[in-house]
Ligand binder design. Structure first.
Ligand code: TRP
Ligand code: ZN
Length: 856
């Protein structure tokens, strides 16, 4: 029976844990774990409750003596030692357990990945290793011994003695169990060094499997840049003698910030021009930074409980986004962040899985590592920074590090720091953390002309729809950045931030010469849906002249979405304004290729479906697909010459560099290719495939070829050349279901799933194929239900093996209720089949229950 955990039920742990000593005798099926925990009661008479799951307990002693068995109570996942068995002063609890890393396919706790012992303890994995208070507010220094014949033996902190067969590590910084890590295996290091701002020398290593060393260099460079950036921008220095990064192939998510020993999914470490795309390089840099930044925001200051997850994740995402905009282009970074936010978080907020950045209840915490906690958590910090100003933000962060170093904190602690540093009352702002749902902000304009000049009145109003468990949504404070653009295309005022803190608000702008075009929500100043009726001419003006890159991009996006929605509704010729405006834009596209690539990319089908649904229209996936295809073809036909020029001009000969400049030119070139393929049937794509000098060009060409069903030869060549490179073969498994025509995609996916190299227990491989298909909107939502069935079949197969990854992927169904009756029927049947499984994991059970509840 699932139990719901409530934020309101938080109780501090009644013992202090002063030191944790662990000894591991590693063996694949029978690893022995000895633990010595030094406790001291804080509340007299409290029982000691420890967490543990799947442990074979061999012994348990208190201060060296076995307690009376009547004093011990085991239940589902806890061991309770009666207060009566505990000494009054400090005592040491010693346990010996045996665990089985080899059969650990859930990849939680200690497991084997390709012969390498590794751990994943966030959020509640440590209880699979030993009996422990497995909660983030119990922090202790760790001493760890590892006995093993493996050549490389790593844990958190600093090495004390590393000899063949036995290594000892000491982590002096008190930390919760979720930050524990151990790695043992045949690994090779790319070594380097970093000197900190106070002159301390740190040894850095990126550990990979022998043979992968030539692909580790980029990750190391990213690490050094991150260390320097955190010193320069936040004044944060690294605090151990060593920093290790390890790449493993089997990993449930991207990477993990374990103290001094970050463990990564190998796809977020390994890169060479031949095997990784520009996007891969960009993600590697961002995730290396993210995990490194956690050293302060997450590790030195951690979370009191898992309801506070966005305290560390929202802030760390915000920091990694700042880092990427400093390393690359701030404009491109902002637009990409908005694209992801809308595609993942707005979608989540609008459906049955909606929850606030700080949830107040959960059954399985692993289901709350969501776009809302991460990406919306970051947006909320961006708003806070905008409201208090850059200087105040830095002052508040300094106070945060100062006041809370070494503590396990809450969102209230975080907000209090801002209140104390700035004097601002954040009571209303706090709703961003506690209330789910995306506010809709409506902007209305009124124009009044007198002799003295014109007056523009802007009225903003806000409304947030009910979300599961939260029927009422009081007004929040919403910063709306506004610019005014005159008829000549010039800015009439500096950008102004309007603070909407009531259901409606009104602002007047006086003394204007002529009626300006309002450029609203500049920089995407708040995570809201903006309703602003702008005509096509005004949008075209913004696309041509707006100095705010986000608003400029958004103007083009609005034109494209209007055209797509009209075409979906049967107006086959809609979009002249959009096509015309893009023509003007293309003339100057070379000025900022990365930005131009974003403007040229049509909105994804899922976003079109969302917009239709918002307007009360039941989205028809086939009509949406046809509309998008036809608009792309018309766009290509209208601008064939300009696109062909861009395609030629953006060629990047010479040695590959993943830097922002060259990768931006490749991005624009590949957008042009994608459009031109609709005219040349794939001739250019085939030519590019044949002479591609790097994986970015290769994947751009391949996706275009698969889209026009000309991919067979290229795919065969890819397989012949890269059969033994797992990361490249993951791309092979993803591109086909994703880019194939929707009518074929399910069959394509099914054929791929029959291949012997569809190693479905590997999360990367599973996700490549299954998420590749769910990303193909019209294929996953096929009218006959075949997409739903195929995905459900595989989720049913994966659940007993790997609940975490299964549950994450169930969210592909989160929009199921918005489609027509027939599709809803198929989706409900598929979800019900999952729900009805005997022994369904707690993870997946919570997800399907929440999804099915939305169906009424
Ligand atoms: N804390 C990690 C991060 O954001 C993510 C994480 C949480 C994770 N649980 C995990 C990673 C399980 C891998 C497996 O950086
Ligand atoms: Zn994180």
């Amino acid at each position: 029976m699932a139990t719901t955990r409530l934020l309101a039920n938080y109780q501090p742990f009644p013992f202090a844990l002063t030191e944790t000593r662990l000894r591991f005798d590693l063996a694949p099926v029978a690893t022995r774990v000895e633990a010595e925990l030094d406790f001291r009661a804080l509340v007299p008479g409290a029982d000691l409750v420890l967490d543990g799951a799947g442990l074979r307990t061999l012994s348990l002693r208190i201060d060296g003596a076995e307690p009376d068995p009547a004093m011990l109570h085991m239940s589902d996942e806890t061991l309770t030692i009666s207060a009566a068995a505990l000494p009054e002063g400090p005592f040491t609890l010693s346990t010996v357990v045996e665990i089985d890393p080899e059969r650990n396919t859930a990849l939680e706790g200690l497991y084997l990945s390709g012969g390498i012992f590794c751990t994943q303890c966030e959020a509640e994995g440590f209880r699979h290793i030993t009996w422990y208070p497995d909660r983030p507010d119990v922090m202790a220094p760790f001493r760890v011994q590892i006995a093993s014949s493996m050549p490389v033996l790593l844990s958190n902190g600093n090495p004390v003695a590393v000899e063949p067969g036995l290594a000892e590590w000491h982590d002096p910084w008190p930390k919760p169990a979720y930050l524990f890590a151990l790695v043992a295996g045949e690994l090779e290091a790319l070594p380097d060094r970093f000197t900190t701002m106070t002159g301390r020398d740190v040894a850095l290593n990126v550990w990979v499997r022998p043979g992968d060393l030539p692909r580790a260099g980029f990750a190391m460079e990213a690490l050094k840049k991150s260390m320097l950036w955190d010193e320069r921008v936040y004044g944060r220095e690294y605090d151990l003698d060593v920093f290790n990064i390890v790449a493993v192939d089997d990993f449930n998510m991207g990477a993990m910030e374990n103290k001094g020993l970050n463990i990564f999914n190998s796809k977020l470490v390994l890169a060479s021009p031949d095997t990784a795309t520009d996007t891969d390089y960009e993600r590697i840099e961002a995730v290396i930074a993210h995990e490194y930044f956690h050293n302060w925001t997450g590790n030195r200051i951690t979370c009191r409980d898992w309801f506070q997850l966005c305290l560390k994740e929202g802030l760390t995402v915000f920091r990694d986004q700042q880092f990427t905009s400093d390393m690359r282009s701030a404009a491109v970074q902002r637009i990409e962040d908005v694209v992801t936010l809308r595609a993942r978080q707005f979608r989540e907020d609008a459906g049955p899985l909606a929850h606030p950045p700080r949830p107040d209840r959960y059954e399985e915490i692993n289901n709350f590592y969501t776009a809302t906690v991460y990406e919306k958590g970051a947006e909320v910090i961006g708003m806070l920074k905008r409201l208090v100003g850059d200087g105040n933000y830095r002052a508040a962060l300094d106070l945060y590090f100062d006041r809370h170093d070494g503590q396990a904190c809450t969102i209230e602690d975080w907000l209090k720091v801002f209140e104390d540093a700035t004097g601002r009352d954040l009571t209303q702002f706090a709703r961003w953390y506690t209330d789910a749902g995306t506010p809709e902000v409506t902007l209305r304009e009124a124009w009044d002309e007198t002799e003295a000049g014109g007056t523009l009145t802007i009225t903003l109003s806000q409304d947030t729809r009910a979300t599961p468990g939260q029927p009422d949504k009081p007004a929040r404070v919403i910063p709306v950045a506004i610019g005014l653009i005159g008829p000549n295309g010039c800015e009439q005022r500096p950008t102004e931030v309007l603070e909407l803190d009531a259901p409606t608000g009104t602002w007047q702008f006086e003394g204007l010469g002529a009626r300006p075009v309002v450029s609203a929500l500049r920089g995407f100043s708040a995570p809201v849906v903006l309703r602003h009726d702008l005509d096509e001419t005004a949008r075209a003006t913004l696309l041509a002249h707006d100095t705010d890159p986000f608003a400029r991009w958004e103007a083009g996006r609005g034109l494209a979405l209007d055209a797509l929605m009209a075409r979906t509704g049967g107006d086959a010729d809609a979009g002249t304004a959009y096509i015309g405006a893009i023509g003007g834009f293309l003339a100057d596209a070379g000025a900022d290729p990365a930005f131009a690539a974003l403007v040229l990319r049509l909105p994804p089908e899922d976003e079109i479906a969302t917009r239709l649904h918002d307007r009360g229209i039941v989205p028809d996936p086939d009509a949406i697909h046809a509309a998008r295809e036809s608009l792309a073809s018309d766009l290509a036909r209208a601008h064939e010459a300009a696109l062909a020029d861009i395609y030629a001009a953006m060629d990047e000969p010479g040695p590959y560099s993943p830097d922002a400049g060259p990768s931006g030119r490749r991005a624009l070139r590949l957008e042009a290719l994608s459009l031109l393929t609709r005219l040349d049937g794939g001739d250019r794509a085939q030519a590019l495939w044949d002479q591609a000098g790097n994986m970015t060009e290769r994947m751009g060409a391949l996706a275009a070829l698969v889209r026009v069903d000309r991919g067979a030869e290229a795919l065969a060549q890819m397989e012949a050349r890269f059969a033994d490179n797992r990361l490249v073969m993951d791309k092979f498994f993803a591109v086909q279901p994703m880019a194939a025509a929707p009518a074929r995609a399910v069959a394509v996916a099914r054929a791929l799933s029959d291949r012997p190299d569809f190693d479905w227990k590997n999360p990367n491989r599973f996700r490549s194929l299954i998420a590749g298909l769910t990303a193909n909107h019209a294929a996953f939502h096929a009218a006959d239900g075949s997409g739903y069935d195929f995905v459900a079949d595989w989720l049913i197969r994966l659940d007993p093996v790997n609940p975490q990854t299964t549950a994450r992927m169930v969210s592909a169904f989160e929009t199921w209720t918005r489609y027509d009756d027939a599709r809803r029927g198929h989706a409900r049947t598929a979800l019900q089949r999952i729900a009805d499984l005997p022994r369904l994991s707690r993870n997946t059970s919570e997800m399907v229950t929440r999804l099915l509840a939305a169906g009424g």
